[in-house]
Design a protein around this ligand. Structure first.
Ligand code: SF4
Ligand code: SF4
Length: 141
């Protein structure tokens, strides 16, 4: 069956603890649970925590069973139901958020050294919410 003919069951961020990063866990979603997926983003580095953004495709019950399997392995699953916004007037371009953004949604612009935020790259991991001293990064419901 073509992947794009399957019903989308939404997007999730999967956080991998560092001891699981190099294991071929995600492929079992398809082989054991019949869940297809699109990998929208991945930030995986050996021996560090990693994350992957998947769009799940297929039967809703199968997707939930597959996610339960991943949770049982110690992976943290976060549905993407909100957006992250930056309140520009609060941003002092201090750079404190750069270290926590694993997908490059926050980056330094040269030569101005301003901190740029690219919402299209953001996987809503929420790490910058607490890293930002001025609370410029916020969840939008
Ligand atoms: S930590 Fe907050 S204030 Fe500092 S650059 Fe990032 S968004 Fe701006
Ligand atoms: S929530 Fe913040 S740290 Fe996470 S991906 Fe988006 S901008 Fe980067």
């Amino acid at each position: 069956m073509a992947v794009n003919s399957l019903e989308s069951q939404g997007k999730v961020v999967i956080h991998f603890p560092k001891e699981k990063v190099d294991k071929p866990i995600i492929c079992y979603l398809t082989s054991d649970y019949g869940v297809m997926f699109n990998i929208l983003k991945a930030a995986i580095t050996p021996e560090q925590e990693g994350l992957m953004v998947l769009e799940l495709l297929g039967n809703a019950d199968a997707c939930e069973r597959g996610l339960e399997y991943l949770r049982g392995l110690g992976l943290r699953i976060q549905p993407i139901a909100q957006d992250i916004i930056r309140i520009e007037e609060r941003c002092t371009h201090c750079g404190a958020c750069l270290a926590v953004c694993q997908v490059g949604a926050l980056s330094i612009e040269r030569p101005s050294m301003a901190v740029a935020f690219e919402p299209a790259q953001c996987v809503v991991c929420e790490q910058c919410l607490t890293a930002c001293p001025t609370r410029a990064m916020q969840l939008q419901y």
